[in-house]
Design a protein around this ligand. Structure first.
Ligand code: SF4
Length: 364
């Protein structure tokens, strides 16, 4: 067993050495990434700060949400205006936090952000940790996020590996094994460690990630514009589109969901979500097939959550329907602030209903 591991390590070392035969080539690679980033890097709002709190906010927002989505609706700017520092966030009410996060999904990220802020206030009196290990001990902060905050805020050496970097490395090293296996994960972190420079870490880490976001994209990468093309194994072997490989995706499950719009005297009935992950969020009341049998179907709205593809059917419920089970409450019907924090599909359904209603009123 020991012999086998040793051989594996030798072959992985030679894979690295095949691309980077000496320290000069490693330096050239780093410089190419840093120079490209300084000339071509995008100017995101979280790049104009070295405040670790602001960088942590952006990193948690971007964990499962696209940059374009965070920018389009100014989630980052609105959050920073509402909770400008760890003290403001640490003492905020959960409902306010979930409302500010509304639309980004995966609400545990918002809850963890508050827990992290509380820990920073309690332990560091508002100062963020000064070591990677302590940074990683904050709620919701894993190895990648700790390295990202450390390098972007302090410009100190910390390797990072995210989905974009995995794609770049798989192609750079011509790695043909599945990248979603633990052995590949270990290797990617090792390569990141070997390539991360001592200086200009902020620019290098931002550059290697952005290269994956903009040039070394899924499908067909834009190799002609790539600053590290001369090092790339996949490019020289003509297999860029075949990499990275994955073992297999989780099976998608299709589900149906029926919800009711209970509207009375300008108010809408909402139901509180159950379960710890969605605690504090609200939704449209779920209705059974038999009770909605004779109700008017207003529209259908598909949405995806983790491995589920859900088709939600929205019914107009009779205003005097019986009281619902579970915790329900009437709220003034509007598109925004009068409503409690809502799961994204339900907020979209209410907005869609308001659009339809407004159209009907205008055409009368
Ligand atoms: Fe990715 Fe092409 Fe650059 Fe290789 S040369 S790292 S495949 S963009």
């Amino acid at each position: 067993m020991a012999k086998k591991e040793g051989l594996g390590e030798v072959s992985e070392n030679s894979r690295f050495e095949k691309v980077f035969s000496d320290s000069g080539s490693v330096d050239s690679f780093r410089n190419a990434v840093i120079t490209w980033f300084k000339e071509e890097g995008r100017d995101y709002p979280w790049r104009n700060t070295t405040d670790p709190y602001a960088i942590l906010v952006s990193e948690l927002m971007l964990q499962q949400t696209r940059i374009a989505t965070v920018l389009e609706r100014d989630y980052f700017g609105r959050w920073m205006r509402r909770f400008p520092d760890v003290h403001a966030l640490a003492t905020a009410k959960e409902e306010e936090i979930l409302k500010a996060w509304e639309g980004l999904g995966y609400y545990n990220r918002a809850r963890n952000l508050q827990k992290a802020a509380q820990k920073v206030v309690e332990k560091g009196k508002g100062d963020f940790p000064d070591s990677i290990e302590e940074m990683e001990s904050l709620p919701g902060v894993g190895r990648y996020t700790a390295g990202a905050v450390f390098s972007f805020a302090y410009d100190r050496r910390a390797p990072i590996v995210d989905g974009n970097i995995i794609r770049v490395f798989a192609r750079l090293f011509g790695y043909e094994e599945p990248v979603d296996l633990p052995v590949a994960g270990k290797l990617m972190w090792k390569w990141a460690d070997l390539l991360t420079p001592e200086a200009h870490v902020r620019a290098y880490n931002s550059g290697i990630m952005e290269l994956g976001q903009r040039l070394c994209v899924r499908g067909t990468p834009d190799c002609s514009a790539c600053p590290v093309q001369e090092f790339c194994q996949a490019h020289s072997r003509g297999i860029t589109e075949q990499l990275p490989r994955k073992k297999g995706k989780a099976k998608v499950t299709h589900k149906q969901e029926s919800v009711g719009l209970f509207i009375k005297n300008g108010e809408i009935l909402l139901e509180e979500e159950s379960g710890t992950r969605r605690k504090g969020l609200w939704k449209l009341p779920v209705v059974t097939k038999s009770e909605s049998e004779d109700w008017e179907e207003l529209f259908r709205l598909p949405y995806a959550i983790t491995r589920y593809r859900v088709e939600m059917t929205v019914f107009r419920a009779p205003p005097n329907s019986r009281e619902r089970e579970g915790y329900t409450k009437w709220y003034p019907l509007s598109g925004g602030e009068s409503l409690p924090p809502l799961g994204s599909p339900y907020r979209k359904a209410i907005l869609k209903y308001l659009d339809i209603r407004d159209d009907l009123m205008m055409n009368r």
